[in-house]
Design a binder for this molecule. Structure first.
Ligand SMILES: Cc1cc2nc3c(=O)[nH]c(=O)nc-3n(C[C@H](O)[C@H](O)[C@H](O)COP(=O)(O)OP(=O)(O)OC[C@H]3O[C@@H](n4cnc5c(N)ncnc54)[C@H](O)[C@@H]3O)c2cc1C
Length: 450
């Protein structure tokens, strides 16, 4: 392993998501040695994960090797390992490498940007029957399950069983749930229209369950209403104020009702990454670490915690007491926090005082389907085609890597005119592995097959 330059102060960054990568890049010209640690070898553009899960894009198109992203940054090195322990007093972090060895790094400043994981709100047994969407492996698993359900429906001899196989339930009416439900409806009504002989694909049922009184709770009510009517126009059954009581292999229970469904997808919540619990810090109920206005741990002036793992105050003067008061867990906020932490770490190492972080809200947008989206940017409220074009532009520009931008652009143009989805591969099926009984999560590396 290359040793850090001993003549330079050492900044360790845990996580190369939006926050960690932005932090590393902000240090490009700083007179420091940077070490980026991630348990994956790639940066993942999570906002487009639902497109991998619904076969519109392949995993490689929305990820970038971390080494590739930092290849022109001589002061940065990358370590593929999982950080499991932070020893704040000794200024050390303990890593576990893929070969199972422990590696200990000393640091002068530490930036923790480990993100979040899916939360089933304490019902972890539901994970098996209602997978979440947070990684490439999750997206491939969902894609396998959705496509396999259609294949099994073609083989079904019992009509009730076929209808169960063709029922897709999405739990959670935030942006991810809305995007997944819209894409599933488009697969049923357009993509697979002529592919099956035993049934009409548009007979598939897509149900979106939301616990609150409206979809897209963080958006203006008029946009929530528009998202709902757009989804219903695509054939999605939207149910509000509906809480799930139980998720089982063959369906789910909602109040007095049982919905027979082969595929349930979980888009209802996230929790801070497990590393948050190792920081001996005060956390919110969702596990996010309460940080100071400078984005530091209150107990340590050289540990910054940024991105989805942090509960940072929107207003530096007002401490965070609930999730609603914290800066939202979105990609632009993570990037801004990452950059800020990097620059403040350099200031502190130079003996200067750290400055408070001020969040610049860039707005929010969610896509519902082809030419259908909603967006709120500043005072601007958009819906339909203009919002969708804005969504396409913003997401293309935000993707890491010129090659990815080009590939995704061409895929979208082709899909727009042909209504086909290019990544409709089942990478593991019960026919390959009968002992599993259902499609297994696929290795992202399998994407090379596509
Ligand atoms: C399906 C989905 C759709 C989304 N859509 C949008 C959207 O449309 N717009 C938007 O703004 N935001 C969206 N988000 C949210 C956005 O992706 C997150 O806010 C953003 O990724 C947070 O960045 P981060 O750097 O904090 O965490 P992440 O991007 O999650 O990165 C965390 C990194 O830390 C690494 N890591 C974790 N633990 C360890 C450890 N112990 N050791 C080493 N490495 C570790 C992980 O491998 C990962 O690379 C979406 C999220 C999801 C899941």
């Amino acid at each position: 392993m290359p040793e850090p330059d001993p003549t330079r102060r050492h900044i360790v960054i845990i996580g190369a998501g939006f926050a960690g990568l932005a932090a590393a890049r902000a240090l490009k010209r700083a007179p420091v040695q940077v070490t980026v640690v991630d348990r994956h070898n790639h940066h993942l553009f999570q906002p487009l994960l639902y497109q991998v899960a619904t076969a519109a894009l392949s995993g490689a198109e929305i990820s970038e090797p971390i080494r590739g992203a930092l290849r022109r940054q001589d002061n940065a090195r990358v370590i593929l390992a999982e950080a499991r322990l932070v020893d704040a007093a000794a200024r050390r972090v303990h890593l576990w490498t893929p070969s199972g060895e422990e590696l200990v790094l000393d640091w002068d400043a530490l930036i923790v940007a480990a993100g979040a994981v899916t939360s089933w709100f304490g019902n972890d047994a539901w994970e098996e029957h209602a997978p979440g969407l947070k990684s490439l492996a999750d997206a491939h698993h969902i894609r396998n399950r959705v496509l396999l359900a259609y294949e099994l429906a073609e083989l079904a001899t019992d009509e009730a069983e076929r209808q169960r196989l063709l029922t897709f339930v999405v739990v959670g009416g935030g942006p991810t749930g809305v995007e997944l439900a819209g894409a599933l409806a488009e697969i049923a009504s357009h993509t697979l229209r002529r592919d099956f002989r035993a049934f009409v694909s548009s007979s598939a049922r897509v149900v979106l369950l939301e616990g609150g009184p409206r979809l897209l709770a963080g958006y203006e009510p008029s946009l929530s209403q528009r998202a709902r009517s757009d989804l219903e126009a695509l054939g999605v059954e939207v149910r509000l104020n509906t809480l799930v009581d139980r998720v089982e292999e063959t369906g789910l229970v909602v109040g007095d009702e049982r919905i027979e469904a082969c595929t349930t997808l979980w888009a209802a919540g996230v929790h801070a990454a497990p590393l948050a619990a190792e920081l001996s810090a005060d956390t919110l109920r969702d596990g996010r670490v309460r940080v100071t206005p400078e984005l530091r741990l209150p107990s340590h002036d050289r540990i910054w915690v940024v991105g989805d793992i942090a509960a940072a105050p929107r207003d530096p003067e007002v401490p965070v007491t609930s999730a609603a008061e914290a800066i939202p867990a979105v990609a632009p906020a993570a990037e801004q926090m990452g950059r800020h932490a990097a620059l403040q770490a350099v200031r502190v190492l130079e003996g200067k005082a750290a400055q408070p972080f001020r969040y610049r809200d860039r707005g929010a947008m969610a896509t519902i389907g082809k030419s259908r989206a909603v967006a709120q940017v500043g005072r601007l409220r958009l819906a339909g085609l203009p919002a969708w074009l804005l969504w396409v532009f913003v997401h293309l520009m935000a993707l890491v890597g010129f090659r990815n931008r080009l590939l995704v652009f061409f895929d979208w143009v082709l899909a727009y005119f042909s209504e086909r989805r290019g990544a409709r591969l089942i990478l593991a099926s019960p026919v390959d592995e009968p002992h599993r009984g259902r499609a297994a999560p696929a290795d992202p590396a399998d994407d090379e097959l596509e």
